[in-house]
Design a binder for this molecule. Structure first.
Ligand SMILES: [Zn+2]
Length: 451
């Protein structure tokens, strides 16, 4: 077996691991690099291997840091199939088309305001590149083995996000398990991760490898924030990941209203066409969710869906107190920027980030206490309250990652800790070594191993 770490090997983004097993070259995930500029610039580099030499891509889940470079891969010549669970395929369609749209918009805006260092800014990829990539996705239901030559590929649900799975590869002699992103027990939307099959080699994520999630009642906390902000005559802005987090927040807001903990008349806006589409997909795949009966169908009841750009602009100018959910979740782009620009200068409002903020993103800067923030080339003062809502993470913490790893049964021969910032990856490595006694290491970006 040969392993080549092409991304998410010193960071949490750009998940791409090339595995050569049983004569097949299989790329596990094909993610976008996000966050710091030095990472984002990797999106523009040609891949270290010729995409034409890859036989198949297997996607763990639809998040862009795992799927967002598929259009780039196809643009650089990849011709093979892309395997993903049926729900991942549906979500990837929404996410990739939106990502391409944002790339096109950013290039257009950069050209209009000339704030690009390049003479003419080009999109990383276009919607037509995304469509070509999507056409290659073949649905592989979890638990069903797919034969790629001598190699059998199996997906196992791992919580985290609708459709998310761990990936197991075996050629009958050697085997590999890739965790993808591991979810949590007690997740609001997703059932607990299912244990993975034993494998000789394990790739395990480490997003929260150095921390334990606090026990927080996210519903009570959100209720308090909404009541306090309404009391100041302000608006609560929830920059939200359109897929997953937006639906969790909708469910919480519905539960708060049903319990009378926030007034029924508080208008709730869902200002993200992608989140609206994703909500529909969560309803369609509701059998995969951990919600109470009927809750999935009711999650958008009474919520004002903002579809057009003009409606979104009107909402950004409105001074009427409300709760606005808008993407993107790290305020790296999308409609949330309009709202942020309009709400950030006023201390009556509150901006609540709900989810991991990648270092270098606007979300991370704001949560870190930035007093001004650059939006569309303009510095905007930040006087609104900024907070982050804990307790909604879709990622296992260190203890839960170890628990999931234990589910493999006996020790893998080799374990590689991926998908974490240096400190988190190293902390998880240490715990796996000390508590499980496994041979474990953290690979570097671009590193290769023959096993
Ligand atoms: Zn993920």
């Amino acid at each position: 077996m040969d392993l080549h770490f092409l991304g998410a090997a010193d960071s949490v983004t750009g998940s791409r691991h090339l595995v050569t097993i049983g004569g097949q070259r299989i790329l596990l995930d094909c993610g976008l690099f996000q966050g710091y500029k030095v990472l984002r610039e990797r999106n523009w580099a040609p891949m270290a291997v010729d995409p034409r030499d890859i036989d198949a891509v297997v996607l763990s889940h639809a998040h862009l840091d795992h799927s967002g470079w598929l259009p780039g891969l196809v643009r650089q010549g990849y011709r093979g199939p892309i395997y993903a669970s049926p729900a991942t395929r549906d979500l990837a369609e929404v996410l990739l088309l939106d990502s391409a749209h944002l790339q096109e918009e950013d290039a257009r805006r950069a050209n209009r305001y000339h704030f690009s260092r390049h003479d003419k800014a080009l999109p990383l990829y276009t919607r037509s590149d995304a469509r070509r990539a999507l056409a290659k996705i073949v649905a592989l239901p979890p638990g069903k083995a797919l034969a790629l030559g001598r190699v059998s590929v199996t997906l196992t649900p791992v919580g985290h996000l609708l459709g998310a799975c761990s990936v197991h590869l075996s050629d009958g002699q050697e085997s590999l398990c890739f965790s993808g992103d591991v979810g949590r027990r007690g997740d609001l939307l997703m059932p607990p991760p299912e244990p993975a099959q034993h494998a000789d080699v394990l790739l395990i994520e480490s997003t929260y490898g150095n921390r334990l999630h606090p026990v927080v009642d996210a519903q009570a906390e959100l209720g308090r924030i909404v009541r306090d902000t309404m009391g100041r005559g302000g608006t609560v802005l929830l920059p939200t990941f359109a897929v997953g987090r937006a639906q969790a927040l909708l469910v919480l807001l519905q539960r708060l209203k049903a319990a009378g903990e926030i007034p029924d008349r508080v208008p709730i806006y869902l200002d993200s066409p992608m989140a609206i589409e994703a909500t529909e997909l969560y309803r369609r795949h509701r059998r995969l969710l951990a919600l109470r009966p009927g809750e999935a169908l009711r999650m958008a009841d009474g919520v004002r869906l903002v579809t057009t750009g003009a409606q979104s602009q009107r909402l950004a100018q409105s001074r009427y107190p409300s709760v606005i959910l808008s993407a993107s979740g790290m305020a790296t782009g999308g409609r949330v920027l309009l709202h942020l620009k309009s709400l950030a200068p006023d201390p009556r409002h509150q901006v609540v980030f709900a989810g991991f903020q990648v270092g270098g993103s606007r979300g991370a800067k704001l949560v870190g206490g930035a007093t001004e923030i650059k939006i569309h080339g303009e510095m905007v003062p930040v006087r609104a309250r900024i907070s982050s809502l804990e307790g909604l993470s879709g990622h296992a913490d260190a203890k839960e990652l170890l628990e999931w790893a234990r589910g493999l049964g006996r020790a893998p021969n080799r374990t590689f800790v991926v998908h974490g910032e240096a400190e988190a990856a190293d902390a998880l490595r240490t715990r796996i070594k000390d508590e499980l006694g496994w041979a474990v290491q953290v690979p570097q970006h671009g590193e290769r191993f023959t096993i």
